[in-house]
Design a protein around this ligand. Structure first.
Ligand code: ADP
Ligand code: GN1
Ligand code: MG
Length: 385
């Protein structure tokens, strides 16, 4: 599925119109409010596209977004990070490339001097420029999109590499600590607050069988083999805007989890979200697979932009990172299902369990091809030395 414009003919929800026009009024944006529509991609924040008409009759679009404050306990800290990161990227793009022709993410100031405003019913809202001419994909359609997305996230890492880690707050502590994610699943399963454990025995056992791998990157980090860098941490494929005509990756979005992390988390989440042709909540598990050509395109793209700074340990764990982050995400979906769906947005009962199942199936598919994936990485890395 891709996300661009809302379904045509859908009648605007009056509640959304009044909320969005009111929130839009708080920001320093020009023109007359025309309409607001909810964007239904993304599992965390509430996102709306707002259209304004300018005096010359042209239209200008913006993204208005309410930060999910049960996921981000300190939304003001999230905003400080996003301000810091967008400022850094914009000034660097201007200084280094001397070109702002491409689109970058920009926050608009709100009345009162901040880059956020508080909604009437609470909640912290922000306003971004709308990245025009682009789509986001939940499922990658071709290898060019995969290559482009991976290259964009590698470049993003390069761009933020000189951002002092001390300037960035950890918006969600231990976000990619797979071991802690696993331990939390075990703790929640022991309590089984919604009485759902019996229905997920198979999935739970699949994860417990793989407990051994959950600490591997953490140990390498603690030994100093894997450097801690400022990373994106949520490189899901629909967090990069892709040009609708050329399939070029135009702009990395969703900056809420930019914080110190491992490069491998970013590559791993690309493998998780870009190699399977199935939707994340697909119920026909026979559709889930790890498409080798997509993996190869991800490796090529990531190494074209990040290959110059990745070390040997990072390179030799690229394939493993795909398996690990897919397992970790399966663990997180299962934990949320057992807890009663309190973290990820769901649109139907059982959706988090379906999401968990596709992740575990993909882990299995990666395991079957892990050797071939590793040898492809070695081949490409050798060629780039
Ligand atoms: P979440 O944290 O809920 O995933 P995102 O910031 O990823 O929120 O936004 C959700 C979706 O909204 C994205 O996948 C994308 O389709 C759309 N979107 C977000 N920011 C922009 C933007 N600046 N321009 C155009 N579309 C955007
Ligand atoms: C969430 O926000 P979104 O939809 O881009 C989640 C990621 C998960 C992903 C799974 C802050 O990403 O960590 O990998 O869902 N974001 C947060 O689809 O938890
Ligand atoms: Mg997102």
């Amino acid at each position: 599925m891709m996300v661009s414009t809302p379904p045509s003919g859908a009648s605007p929800d009056p509640q959304i119109q009044s909320t969005i026009s009111e929130i839009g009024n708080s920001f320093a944006i020009g023109g007359v409010f025309v309409e607001g529509e909810e964007v239904h991609s993304g599992h965390i924040n509430s996102t709306y596209r707002a259209t304004y008409e300018l005096p010359d009759g042209s239209r200008q679009r913006y993204i208005l977004q309410r930060i999910n404050s049960s996921v981000f306990k300190d939304p003001h800290a999230v905003m400080r990070n996003v301000e810091r990161v967008t400022r850094h990227i914009n000034s660097k793009v201007l200084r280094v490339k001397k070109d702002l022709g491409g689109q970058t993410l920009n926050l608009y100031p709100a009345r009162g001097g901040h880059f956020w405003t508080e909604g009437k019913n609470g909640g912290i809202w922000r306003c971004y420029n709308f990245i025009e001419g682009c789509l986001t994909y939940d499922v990658v359609e071709n290898t060019r999109q995969a290559y482009q997305a991976a290259r964009a996230f590698g470049s993003f890492q390069d761009l933020v590499s000189d951002l002092p880690a001390a300037d960035i707050v950890e918006t969600i502590p231990d976000f990619h600590d797979t071991r802690k994610r696993f331990e939390r699943l075990v703790a929640v399963a022991a309590l089984d607050p919604c009485g759902r454990l019996e229905s997920v025995r198979e999935e739970y056992d699949f994860i417990v069988d793989r407990a051994g791998v959950t600490s591997r990157l953490l140990e390498l980090r603690d030994e100093g083999a894997l450097p801690v860098r400022v990373t994106h941490n949520d490189t899901k494929i629909n967090n990069v805007m892709i040009d609708a005509e050329t399939d070029e990756a135009v702009c990395v979005i969703d900056l809420d989890t930019v914080m110190p992390g491992l490069s491998l988390y970013d590559f791993g989440d690309l493998v998780r979200s870009a190699t399977s042709p199935a939707e994340e909540d697909e119920t026909d598990l026979s559709k889930v697979c790890m498409r080798m050509p997509m993996f190869e395109a991800l490796v090529e793209g990531f190494l074209d932009s990040a290959g110059g700074f990745l070390n040997e340990a990072e390179l030799s764990h690229l394939a493993f990172s795909g398996k690990l982050i897919t397992l970790e995400t399966g663990i997180r979906f299962l934990t949320d299902f057992l807890e009663g769906d309190v973290y990820f947005k769901i649109h139907r009962p059982g959706q988090n369990l379906d999401r968990c199942r596709t992740q575990l199936k993909l882990v299995h598919r990666i395991e079957e091809q892990e050797k071939a994936m590793e040898s492809f990485v070695r081949k490409v890395a050798r060629g780039k030395r």
